[in-house]
Design a binder for this molecule. Structure first.
Ligand code: KG4
Ligand code: ZN
Length: 351
């Protein structure tokens, strides 16, 4: 280890449309360079894998250079390279994994191929210090919605539930599109909802009936909610009346947040866990944060949410998990580690 304050790790993230390169020393963030191709996908209303892969390829070297410059370190100084091995878009992951292997090989440093979901959890350490173990993590983004029981972020991540159809962020994006708001829709719904009434429409709360809870207590479903919003908007349009966008956005957002918070707190209580961590792009949602804090306080549960820039995909989260791997003496991945688009959440480190 080059420093007493912890290992210096460079992390690369390319699982979706963000090319992220982060540098951390131990639990201290030194640089978090992100190049996003989101604008290139906007007109398609969703991420186009081919476009994302090409953008990663073009952004990789400049983003690594920018991160090193910001951190004031040279590549030769790093103790290890970490990279998202999966899950994510196969072609996009490949670019990051190939870049990380090239760096590890050229610099003669160990490589850690880490799980994207565990990295969303580990990143909180950069802001709020060591993670309480165990903790309950709720990850909500455009690609995933899961409840995880985390006993050790480098080895012990157990899934308790996940979405059975759309991810929470996907629901935000699809409903935003229905309401004529730009992609990605989450931040726009968050913004317009502030002017609307959250009780204007009583939209369905997926998988919360007694019968559903028997089989899917900690699972989510958002596709029925999305369809309900679509039907409601269509009916309004047919009647010739204007669609009250702010009210529909606020009512939809309330339904999503209500289910997310309810299930997360139920999961924490069922495990006797007192710390809830929320991560992923949707964790940037202002209503979700407020509701989680309010309801958790009543149950004596603490809530940790990284700042919005660390919630969305970035390289710092990968570096944070890599540094934790090094600090806890985990064996590095082999140089032929895969880009595994369906990497299971229980596999925190690729072999
Ligand atoms: O974690 P992330 O950057 O990428 C994925 O792994 O998907 O999450 C992006 C998702 C998008 O669906 C976006 O609409 C949503 O996070 N999002 C939000 C907010 N900011 C981003 N959803 C609700 N409210 C927000 N403020
Ligand atoms: Zn993510």
């Amino acid at each position: 280890m080059s420093e007493p304050d912890g290992p210096l790790v460079l992390g690369i993230e390319t699982s979706c449309d963000e090319t992220g390169v982060g540098i951390v020393r131990g639990r201290t963030l030194l640089a978090d360079a992100v190049a996003s191709s989101v604008d290139e996908h906007a007109r398609f209303g969703g991420v186009v894998p081919e476009v994302a892969s090409r953008a990663h390829l073009e952004a990789m070297v400049p983003t690594v250079e920018r991160a090193c410059e910001t951190a004031g370190v040279r590549l030769h100084d790093v103790d290890a390279i970490a990279v998202t091995s999966g899950p994510g878009l196969a072609g996009a992951l490949l670019v990051g994994v190939a870049a990380a292997k090239a760096l590890a090989l050229a610099l003669g440093k160990p490589i850690y191929g880490v799980n994207h979901l565990a990295a969303h959890v580990a990143v909180d350490q950069l802001e709020h210090g060591p993670l309480p173990e165990p903790c309950l993590a709720m990850l909500v983004s455009g690609g995933h919605s899961s409840l995880l029981r985390v006993t050790d972020v480098t080895t012990g991540v157990q899934p308790m539930g996940s979405t059975i159809d759309d991810a929470a962020g996907e629901a935000f994006d699809k409903v935003a599109r229905l309401l004529g708001l730009p992609f990605p829709g989450g931040p726009h719904i968050d913004r317009v909802a502030r002017e609307g009434s959250s009780v204007y429409v009583d939209f369905p709360r997926g998988l919360t009936s007694r019968r559903d809870l028997e089989r899917h207590r900690f699972d989510f479903s958002f596709s029925g909610l999305k369809t309900a919003v679509a039907r409601w908007v269509e009916a309004r349009e047919r009647s010739g009346e204007p669609v009250p966008v702010a009210d529909v956005a606020a009512s939809f957002q309330e339904a999503v947040c209500d289910v997310l918070v309810r299930k997360a707190l139920d999961a924490a209580r069922s495990e006797g866990i007192e710390d809830l961590l929320i991560g992923g792009g949707v964790a940037a949602n202002s209503r979700l944060r407020a509701m989680a804090e309010e309801r958790a306080a009543g149950l004596g549960i603490r809530v940790r949410v990284p700042r919005p820039g660390l919630c969305t995909d970035n390289g710092a989260m990968v570096a944070a998990l890599g540094a934790e791997m090094v600090a806890r003496g985990r064996t590095a991945s082999s140089l032929d580690l895969p880009a595994d688009s369906s990497m299971p959440v229980t596999e925190v480190l690729a072999g």
